[in-house]
Design a protein around this ligand. Structure first.
Ligand SMILES: [Fe+2]
Ligand SMILES: [Fe+2]
Length: 473
């Protein structure tokens, strides 16, 4: 199990695919469709090769290798984290029973649904980001973009493997559908709202990888607790890759802030647009947008689905095994914000029905950590400005807050007042046009960076920031 995957196989894997010829053939017949999708919906900037990491192992001592790879030849493999032979279901009505190596018949529909929803987000983000290579602010950033893209492709493989291996014909049909829905397609859109939004510029990309990939982290972490062991093991390995995506977002936003602050100090002005950088007020608006659409991904505050998933043992809480309660929750309550008579009120509800909200809380807490780092850059520059997470009721489309109009500081107001202020809180068409105007042709000279972003402090893996991360014909 811990041996390095055989990269001479058509589909590199650590799941002994060669022992199941039917499954192997089914996946090999899906593979050309995936490649076709990658070529038509994946990155548009042609490269000769890119310095990428490829997953080769799930063991503790090194799971990836780095090297220049021609992207169409990237090897998307299937990897499950190592099996823990003594693992038991950690929560719900099967708590303490051995985990399931196969799908329990009575939970088949729920498990398939969860896997399809997760799987749908992976190719969606590749589609959203497909044109960004053309305006990359540096080779370093281009490499990071493509690293995120190939790994989202691998995450799609991870979910498709589960669908093919455990859900028979239905699973194979769902695997096809994952390539047929497309981000923003009016007829066949992706399942979740945030994955149908555009990612038209690099500020959006960094905000997306900070806020929306972080939603991915929390969904994967709760599926990593699943009693369905192959799903849990699949998600555990995906989480290792996901960490880099959030790093790209956090460090990307931080470098834009750094550049902005440097120019503010140098020219003693807030108006850095005059110097081709992105002002802090505009960054706050992008932050407000990406945070609020990502909050919607966690679903309704009160959810019988979430309660059922938990009781069945198919989807747990964040770090379930480290929590010290009874892991059944039938007698527990949860305090949260809700809506009553058009006002935001605190209320106590049954814990089981509030699991989406609880996961959203964990997520919000995690989001706040990056802002501490970003604000430190601003404070260190001696600038009186603080980026803030907007109130969770701001700009929501899903859940109880959808019916209210709430400002970023949590004030409930009339629809007309909200509309009148919207341009102060969310990017206007003019803001977006300005940010787009900064996105010049890709900066492909090693060690050079676009004017609106500072260089990173370190390169990726070992090479310095001026390493030739991508090569062109
Ligand atoms: Fe992913
Ligand atoms: Fe990701």
């Amino acid at each position: 199990m811990t041996t390095t995957a055989d990269y001479t196989e058509k589909i590199p894997n650590n799941v002994n695919l060669h022992e199941d010829r039917r499954l192997q053939r089914a996946l090999e017949s899906w593979q050309p469709n995936f490649i076709q999708w990658w070529q038509t919906m994946g990155p548009t900037l042609p490269t000769q090769d890119v310095y990428l990491r490829t997953a080769v192992n799930v063991g503790r001592d090194g799971w990836a290798q780095f090297g220049h790879v021609a992207m169409p030849e990237y090897r998307w493999g299937i990897f499950l984290a190592e099996r823990d032979p003594g693992r038991t279901v950690g929560f719900g009505e099967h708590k303490g029973e051995p985990v399931w190596a196969k799908v329990p018949g009575e939970y088949r529909a729920e498990l398939q649904r969860l896997i399809v929803i997760q799987g749908d987000t992976e190719p969606a983000s590749v589609e959203q980001q497909r044109n960004l290579g053309a305006t990359a602010p540096s080779l370093y950033d281009l490499r990071n973009l493509f690293q995120v893209n190939v790994e989202e492709g691998r995450h799609l493989w991870a979910m498709v493997y589960l669908l093919h291996a455990y859900f028979g014909r239905d699973g194979r049909e769902e695997a096809e559908m994952l390539l047929e829905r497309h981000s923003g397609d009016p007829d066949k859109p992706r399942i979740l709202g945030a994955f149908n939004e555009k990612t038209p510029d690099w500020l959006s990309f960094f905000m997306f990888t900070y806020f929306t990939d972080r939603d991915g982290k929390y969904q994967l972490a709760s599926l990593a607790e699943s009693g369905f062991d192959p799903l849990a093991r699949s998600c555990r390995f995906m989480l290792i890759e996901e960490a880099h995506h959030m790093f790209v977002g956090e460090s990307g936003v931080q470098r834009i802030i750094q550049r902005t602050c440097d120019l503010m100090k140098e020219h003693k002005t807030d108006d850095v647009r005059a110097f081709g950088a992105i002002d802090l007020a505009t960054m706050q608006k992008y932050l407000n947008f990406h945070f609020s659409v990502s909050l919607d991904l966690f679903g309704q505050e009160a959810s019988t689905n979430a309660a059922n998933y938990y009781t069945m043992g198919v989807k747990g809480r964040y770090l379930e095994t480290r929590l010290t309660d009874d892991h059944v929750l039938t007698d527990s309550t949860f305090d949260m914000e809700g809506v009553e008579d058009g006002r935001i009120v605190r209320k106590t509800v049954p814990a089981l029905s509030a699991l989406n909200e609880r996961l959203r809380n964990d997520y919000v807490e995690d989001c706040a950590k990056g802002l501490l780092k970003w604000n430190k850059v601003i404070a260190d520059a001696g600038i009186a400005f603080e980026l803030k997470l907007p109130h969770r009721a701001f700009n929501r489309r899903i859940g109880a807050f959808n019916e209210l109009h709430v400002s970023p500081d949590g004030t409930v107001m009339s629809a007309a007042d909200w509309k009148a202020n919207e341009g102060k809180w969310l990017p206007t068409a003019e803001d977006r046009a300005y940010v787009t105007s900064l996105m010049g042709p890709a900066v492909v000279e090693p060690g050079k960076f676009a004017n609106w972003i500072a260089p990173p402090q370190h390169g990726i893996n070992r090479p310095p920031a001026d390493f030739e991360y991508a090569r062109f014909n």
